[in-house]
Structure formats: C-alpha cells, structure tokens
Write a protein that binds this ligand. Sequence first.
Ligand code: ZN
Length: 422
Amino acid sequence: MTSNIKDALTLLETREQRAIKQKTLLKQGIPLVVIRANYPGTHKLNAHTTIVVSLLAHEITQRYSIVHKEISCTEEGLITYLLIDEDPYKIKQQMIKLEENHPLGRLSDIDIITQDKILSRHDSQQPPRRCYLCNDNAHICSRSQKHSIDEIQTYFKNKIETFCQSKISTMVYFSLISELCLHPKFGLVTPYTNGSHDDMDFELFITSALTICPYFDKVALIPIVDDYQHMFQELRVLGLQIEEAMFNSTNQVNTHKGAIFLFLLLIMGLRLGPDIKDNIQRLSQSLTQDFQDIKDKHQLTHGEIIYQELGIKGVKGFALNGFDSLFEIYVPFYQQCEHDPQLKTLLKIMSHCEDTTIIHRKDLNTLHWLQTQANNVLNNQLSILKLDQQCQHNNLSPGGSADILSLVIYLDILKNKEERSI
Ligand SMILES: [Zn+2]
C-alpha cells in the first residue's frame, strides 16, 4: 500500500471514530459544537491547525456556558467538542458570524449538531461558504480541485503567522504551541504522548498557554527608566501575577513557570534597544542578590538546592549571561537547518544547556549522559526514536531546553515579521 492510500484510509477511520464520539456526546440531548481546522491533505495535526482550533474554541467558551468540553488529537488534527445548552439555530448564526469575522474564522470548520441533523448554512438562510483563497463557492473549489493542496496549506500557514505577528501575546502563543506540537520530544508532552509525565497532558499545556499569553502584552506598558533594577522589579511583579494565573488554570501544576521567566526578560530586553544580550544582563543583575541570600533562607526552591549543592545557576545563570548561548549558538543553528529545524535545535540545546529540570528529577551524571546522547543524535550516531525511548524509559523530560526552544521560535517569527514590514 502506498503511503498516500494508507494516510487516506487512516483519515477515513478517524472520521468514523469522530462520528461515534459525536453520537455518544449527543445522547445527553444537548446541541454539540465541533471545531476543526479547515486544512487540506494529510499531517493535519500540527502547530498551525492547533492554534486555529484552540483560539476559536477559547473564543466560544468565553461566550457560552459550556455543559461539557473535550478534545481529541487525531489524524484530523485537534478537534474540540462543546455541549452548549442553547437553541442550536441561534448558536449556528453566531458561529457563522465567527467564521466570517474572526481573522482565523475562515480557516476553521464549526459544526453544530443535534440528535436529528447537522445544521447547515441553508437552515440559517445564509449563503454557502466562500473559498478562503478566491472567494468563490468553497464547495465548488474543493470539488474541482481548483487550488493545489500546497497552495492552500501555504496560504493557511501564512495567514496564521501574520495574525500571530500582530501582538506580543499571540507571538508568545505561536512559540509555545509550536514547541508543544513538536513530536517526538524525549519525554516531554506532545499531541501524541504525555512523555514522562503523569500530571500533565497536551490539553493542560494549551489551557495554560491560553491563560498566560495575554499578560505578555503588559510588558509594553512598563515604563523605560535608567534604573534597571526597578524595571526588573516590575517584571517580577508581573511574573508573579502570570504564575498565579497559570497555577489557577492548571490545578497547581507547573506547566510554564520557566517559560514565563524567560519570555518576560526576552520581551523587555528587546524593548530596551539593539544590544539585547547586554539589556538582559543588566536587567538580571538583581538575581545575583538572590544567590547571596540563599544562605539565610530556610525554605529553598529546587533551583536553589541545586545551586547550593552543585554551584549550577540554571535558568537564572542563563539570564545573568544575557542569554548568550541563545543568540550565539541556538538561533544561528536554527536558521541554518534545512530540515526539521525545531527538532534539531532542541537537540542542540539539550546537548549544551545545564537543564536543571533533569538534575532535579535525576542527578548531574544523568544530565551529562543526556547531553552526550543529544550530541550523538546530531552526529547521526544515535536515532531520534532511540533517544526518545531512553528518555521515557528513564523518566526524563528536558523541560528547561524546551523553554529555550520556544524563545528561538519567538525570535524567528519576530525576524519574519520585521522582514515582511521592510
Ligand atoms: Zn477557491
């Protein structure tokens, strides 16, 4: 069987599974809203489709009181199911408005299903959907294969990237979801596995990212003054607010604490002028005091215990060095990768960084072993799948490295934005 036929068959099976799931949910006798990405071809489960579905589902959950919510990750991509106890025709009208007016609306398919039928646009006296490429009747474009799959996929991805580039918060969201959707990922959570974690999954990371991202626009409101310590203090206050919101949304699970710290410094560092490394270094100076204060503290964090025992400063040390390896090693490496830049860059980071999440779960020897193994994969001496299995088997998860990868993705989308505006 060719891989195309195999993909098509898998897609048919997943559609069948979706029909069964919908039928089960509809037994409650309440209208069901199903949100999918309107994305052609195979490999539908990717960062771009996840961004469209998660953002639109979030919009809808803000507007209605939701009786039940669940998601699935299949060959059809991320799908969100919502049971909403309201008049299905009214919901349909609202969803047509959302599809037409939200910047990403036309990239989605939002079905309203009752026990009797799937509501159509015709039921709401609305004209048929228009194609997002040429504005003709979408059904006719699709049947006549007027546009190539490649053309539609490129349009879809560009549209999302342009939308995300409009604000700091959506650029952070793009970066976090891109990192989350990367698979395989050496014991970290992906759309296909919870990796080495029993307290978190793909959905929890999406919830957490949706919660924390809006706060990053507030970095732009921090006044720029000569006193770097004062600006750092403002970042700290904002950081604590974001952490609190994160913990409330995840039932106290730490999903993004490291990423929050890094993004706040990066975004402020970018605001303070072209010498970003120097800006981050100056902002971080207050952290030196943190290390000096450790000897007087009674209750230490995991990071502080690691510093006291091993002298490793972890993510704070990375900040004190102005994120030097980010700018000098990881970003240039990412930009010169022809294939799989995200996966290869993650391995590069893993081979290099002193990821204290590994020391915390295991010990320093394990960190050194993992650094060597990541390097072996980059040199083609070990397969990606073998290292992925080893990490899961040993209950490892390089969370600190994944956080740095999301910074690389942020700087890349920012660079594309600047190039577009020239
Ligand atoms: Zn068309």
